[in-house]
Structure formats: C-alpha cells, structure tokens
Design a protein around this ligand. Sequence first.
Ligand code: GDP
Ligand code: MG
Length: 341
Amino acid sequence: MSPTSYQLLHTAIHFPNREGEDRAVSFLCKHKAPPVSQTNANAAHRAGFVNIIGSPNVGKSTLMNQLVGERLSIINAKAQTTRHRIMGIVSGEDWQIVYSDTPGVLDPAYKLQEGMMKFVRTALRDADVLLIVTTPDEDTLAHPETLEKVQKMDIPVLLLINKVDLSDQAAVSERIAHWQDLIPRAEIHPISALHGFNLDHLLERIVSQLPESPAFFPKDEMTDKPMRFFVSEIVREKILTHCKQEVPYSSEVTVESFKEDKTKDGRPLRRIHATILVARESQKAILIGSGGQMIKRLATDSRKDLEGFLKEKVFLELRIKVDKDWRNDERKLKQYGYFDG
Ligand code: GDP
Ligand code: MG
C-alpha cells in the first residue's frame, strides 16, 4: 500500500468555540480511493475485528461508544478475560465490525498495568484493522515497543487524530505529516469523537478495509459481555465521578449476585449484590463517607443508571471490602479478569 494511492480531501467542520460562537474549520484528510459502497447488493459480505489502541485519555472509549452508538465502554483501564476485551458490535446489511476497546498504552509500573499491556499486545495480534487514537498534542505512542510493532504490521492501520475541535488546521496538518513519516502505511484521519466529526467517513473507511467474511455474531447483537460486566463498570464509573483519583485507581468492583425477582406488586425486579474492593482502610472510609453519605450516593446513582441500562427495576446492595494488595497479586488479578493466560 503506497502513500501515492491516497487521495486528498477537505472536510469542513463546525464547532462552537469556547465562547459559543460557531467556528468552521476545514481539516485535511487523506484517504485511499475508492470508498466501498455500503449498499451495493453485489458486494461480498465483510466482517472483522477492529481494535482500538492509544494512550490513556485520548478518547478511545468515547470513540467506540460513538461508533457503536451505546454507552458500552464506560471508563478507562478496564480489561476482561475474553480474547477480545470490551467488544462493541455494529452491523450493516453487508458488513459487521467487532470493535474492541483496550486500556491505554503505557509503561507498566505495577502488575495490574502489566496485565493491561498484555491486552494491548493481544489487540495488536488479533486485529483485522487497527485504529490508533492520538490527539494533536501527541507526537509518539507512550510505549515504544507498541510503535515498533505497529510499524512492522501488515494489517490496515488507521491513525486517528482525535480532539481536533481543540486544535486548528495548521497544527493538525503538521501532525498528519508527522504521523505519516512515523507510520507511512497508516491512513490518517482527523476526527472529533466527542462531536462526531468525520466519523461517518471513518466508518466507511473501516468497512472498506475489512476482510471478506461472514458475520461473527447475530446482526442484532451489540456486545459479547454479560450484564454483570456492565454492572461493575457502572459502579466503577460512579466511584470515578465522585471520588478523588487515588480511590478509583485502587478500586475494583465484583458482582456477587444478579438475580431475577419480583416487586411486591408483581413487577420484575433485578436484585444485585456487588462488592467494592479497595487497597486500604482509609479508602474504605472515604467510600463510606461521613454518616454513610458517599456509599449511599454511589448506590443511588448506580441504581438509576442500571435501571436505564437494564430497563427493569433494580435493587442494588453495595458492600466495601479491604483487600490490601489486589493490584499486585497475579492470582487475584486473574480472578478479576486482568490476565487472560
Ligand atoms: P480513553 O482513556 O482513551 O478511553 O479516553 P476517554 O474516551 O475516556 O476520554 C477521555 C476524555 O477526553 C473524556 O473527558 C472525553 O470526554 C474527552 N474526549 C474524547 N474525545 C474528545 C473529542 O473529540 N474532543 C474533546 N474536546 N474531548 C474529547
Ligand atoms: Mg477508555
């Protein structure tokens, strides 16, 4: 695939600036012609695994959620036992994309992060198409080994410069040139995951790069994850929202039970018991809060979200347990789904 087979294309985007005025920006995109028609009845069916990698906080989860159209991947740094991590499935008439969101690429500082990097490495191995997410202020990948691997890969690579709404044409063009030098075989697209900018075009480009294959999942399926997984993600999101850094990063949520029941007047009710694991007593105290205020708030907010997500009435009981060294204990990390070996 040589860079000469790329076409130049301008895309206009309108963003409100920080003062709320409309700001029209045109970003230069490079893409390989011609795009595959998604409605062509004669086209063979395409399907594949599209894995999303990138540094923490660049917008990987936001992008996947936008592409899948559901809040599947709630927060960063979560990994699972299955081969494909957090998956989101999107299907068209003659295509199916199985996205997987990964934890951020980073230099592992402790065992938990080593486990997370393992998922990133798997993502590099088993992708049919790789999406690398960066932002205009990044000029390399946080993890040198990952960059080297990407440079040697022979699957289609789409490098996405996200958050262009926070940047301008000159800076973005400069970055496009920079990344094109660094990973010459990558297709580069400026996007804004948050504002949905250039995502239709991106979808077209992803579909066109998928291998010919029948669908992997029923076309109405959206994820491979069990509901319990989303329960723990939703509770974790509330901890992230309400507590300062140290606590969320030391917390893990396990779902003890997830049972069907009935309310007194016979309506369906979901009974959920979940445990928040923390590393220290002091963190437990923070999560309980004075007079139990924090845990009540976490439980109420989680329950509301869960009722929306599950579309049924929910009874949620949250417990907190101190487990001193869970982040460094390989056996426990396995139990929580961080190592797939
Ligand atoms: P991840 O760690 O890579 O999964 O990043 P997240 O998807 O969790 O996003 C990190 C932060 O960046 C969140 O606050 C998002 O709202 C924000 N974000 C994501 N995409 C964009 C974007 O296109 N523009 C702006 N301004 N912010 C974004
Ligand atoms: Mg994320």
